[in-house]
Design a protein around this ligand. Structure first.
Ligand code: ZN
Length: 278
């Protein structure tokens, strides 16, 4: 599943190759994604000019000069392909957007993605966004904000980090990675974090996400497959999916500690180092 860094990278890739141009034609080959694509979407956006690309949590938002914005979520398996001219279409190519600068094709085998539109003016009030927490890179994400949000939370901090109403866009991989970097055990009760630990956790969240975005951006070409699709990148994870291995930042003796451990919190795999994290 694409996480925030992947979505940010894909948004940037579309922005760089398509940019501000007109949408010439939108073809919907299968409108049955997670939610049905509105019947009038194509007629609403054809002919409009793209004026802005944004990401909010894991949604890509493309704003147009006619007061509307496209809202796009890649679901579990969605893939974006960009080409200069119309490519031969393959199975699961559900959406084709022809623009003045090239063609964007959306392929989604599992159809958990989402593609809709709303008025740009009402974007913040849209049901997808109105209850959303703060963005990880928002300057209003302070230790005081996080401490306030966590103070009555009895759930493990790992689960609170995945709560999109507190901080948006942190997925399963980066929750484990950020807690590892901050030295905080994932099963600690969220309310037990000190102000200092809240500050450290925010720094760690920002650091792991920025690192992943930088890795994606710098090697984006490698992810552009021969068919023009943008694959999701494997990041340099410290603990995620590394059960039994030595973690990179401490001198734990794997023979004694068993190395990085895996546990399940809220039904999701969670990885941590029992030596480094307290
Ligand atoms: Zn360790």
């Amino acid at each position: 599943m694409p996480e925030l860094p992947e979505v940010e990278t894909i948004k940037t890739a579309i922005e760089k190759s398509i940019g501000k141009t007109n949408i010439i034609k939108v073809s919907i080959n299968n409108k049955n994604l997670r939610e049905k694509i509105p019947d009038d979407l194509a007629t609403k956006v054809q002919g409009a000019g793209i004026i802005r690309y944004r990401r909010r949590a894991k949604y890509i938002i493309i704003s147009l000069d006619n007061g509307l914005s496209l809202i796009w979520h890649l679901g579990m398996s969605g893939r974006v392909k960009i080409s200069e001219s119309m490519p031969p279409l393959v199975k699961h190519d559900h959406i084709v957007i022809e623009t003045g600068n090239g063609v964007i094709v959306y392929n989604d085998a599992r159809r958990f993605g989402l593609f809709t539109y709303c008025s740009t003016e009402n974007l913040e009030q849209h049901r997808f966004f109105c209850k959303m927490g703060i963005e990880p890179f928002d300057e209003n994400l302070t230790p005081a904000y996080l401490a306030e949000k966590l103070k009555n939370k009895k759930v493990p901090i790992k689960i609170a980090l995945l709560d999109q109403n507190i901080i948006t866009g942190i997925g399963n991989i980066y929750a484990s990675e950020a807690l590892y970097l901050a030295g905080i055990l994932p099963d600690r009760t969220a309310a037990s974090l000190s102000a200092g630990e809240c500050g450290k956790l925010i720094e760690s969240v920002i650091s792991v996400l920025k690192q992943a975005i930088a890795a994606g951006g710098s090697t984006l070409k490698d992810y552009q497959k021969p068919d023009g699709s943008l694959g999701y990148f494997q990041n340099m994870h410290c603990v995620y999916n590394k059960t039994g291995q030595k973690c990179p930042h401490c001198n734990c003796n794997v023979n004694r500690t068993g190395g990085i451990r895996k546990t399940v919190l809220g039904g999701r795999s969670t990885f941590f180092c029992p030596v480094r994290q307290k």
